[in-house]
Design a protein around this ligand. Structure first.
Ligand SMILES: [Fe+2]
Length: 367
């Protein structure tokens, strides 16, 4: 066997099985996303021309299998063959980093003072963070970005039934799986109130409260990143911020907006951030994205409001300075975002390979 699929490698890493992941992409490609713990050899050009010495200088531990990785799973096949010829047990990752976009892992967020448990579900190769929050025998999922069965299996493991599915906003960097999850699980779909979505949902308004067992989730409307962006506060202790506030930055206000609207949204974002910063400094922030590959370390991506206030200087400035700085730092738009937004508004999950559409680093943050 010369290949390994994403799910098998994902499980190996999750179980801590000894494996060497050898990334053979050009160095520049590795900068954006890499498999946590992987080693790198810049052998791409040599492999492309089938240079038999392409991997000659690479020292590999002999006591474990090697998985070779490239962008789409073709050059890595050449690498695996070369290693096999050296007697090394090597396989190529099917579909490469593009397919790895759907790999995931979880981390439980430790909570004091709440009966609820919060499980952070991370797309390690894409940076999308979703949340399964449960108490008693009931659970909600926020910002589902993976196949519904992953959430159903996780909920089953904890003895929860997913009763509600929520999004923080209409996403632009990935296809929301929330509608599909609600359909498969029989859960109710709740989305921030707006008129862009063309399928049925229950609208969420500022201040709405949802019970999850003995816990309470309160909606805080925080326009800026998008007009409908909404954060969710769990038991006055944990703040799920979507793409409004990240651990090292704030949400970009420009996607699916015309030029006039961008500075208006930046100003709204400023006001929304004031609302969030008025919460107790020890509030735990759980963002909707991270910009780096997520390790298989069970370590949640989380911070306190106090720490974020220290990290993100731009949120301390006056409104006009904030707007100026945000507009000056807007990163390139994510690939395919207009198509993704449209599909999310229509609630359509195409049958073709979604990793093609979702390819590329997420670029929702300004830091
Ligand atoms: Fe977003």
């Amino acid at each position: 066997m010369k290949t390994i699929d994403v799910e098998t490698l994902r499980m190996w890493l999750d179980e801590g099985r000894p494996v060497t992941v050898l990334d053979v992409r050009p160095a520049a490609e590795r900068e954006e996303w890499a498999i946590p713990g992987s080693i790198h050899v810049d052998a791409y050009d040599a492999l492309q021309v089938h240079d038999p010495g392409a991997l000659a200088g690479v020292a590999l531990p002999e006591d474990r299998p090697v998985v070779t990785v490239c962008a789409a799973g073709r050059t890595s096949l050449i690498a695996a063959e070369l290693l096999q010829a050296r007697g090394i047990q090597a396989r190529s990752l099917e579909g490469g980093m593009k397919a790895w976009s759907l790999a995931w892992n979880v981390a439980e967020v430790p909570l004091a003072g709440s009966q609820a448990r919060v499980i952070q579900v991370r797309r390690t190769g894409k940076g999308c963070l979703s949340y399964l929050i449960g108490d008693g025998n009931t659970a909600v999922v926020i910002d589902a970005s993976l196949d519904p069965h992953i959430y159903l299996d996780l909920a089953h493991r904890y003895g929860w039934r997913i009763e509600r599915v929520l999004d923080t906003h209409i996403h632009a960097d990935h296809l929301s799986r929330s509608r599909q999850l609600a359909q498969v699980s029989g859960a109710t779909l709740l989305l921030p109130d707006q008129t862009r979505i063309s399928f049925p949902f229950i609208p969420i308004h500022d201040g709405d409260r949802l019970e999850i067992g003995s816990a309470t989730l309160t909606a805080l409307r925080t326009p800026g990143h998008t007009p409908e962006s909404t954060c969710y506060l769990l038991d006055q202790r944990v703040l799920l911020t979507g793409d409004t506030l990240f651990l090292t930055g704030v949400g970009r206000p420009d996607l699916a907006a015309d030029a006039d609207e961008v500075s208006h949204r930046a100003s709204e974002l400023y006001t929304s951030l004031r609302t969030l910063l008025a919460l107790p400094p020890e509030t735990i922030v759980l963002p909707g994205h991270t910009a780096t590959s997520v390790a298989f370390d069970s370590d949640p991506i989380a911070s306190t409001l106090a720490d974020i206030e220290e990290q993100v200087e731009v949120i301390h400035t006056a409104r006009e300075v904030f707007i100026q700085q945000i507009l000056a730092r807007i990163p390139p738009t994510p690939p395919n975002y207009e198509r993704i937004v449209k599909l999310n508004e229509e609630g359509v999950l195409p049958a073709y390979d979604l990793t093609e559409l979702e390819a590329g680093a997420n670029r929702c943050a300004i830091s």
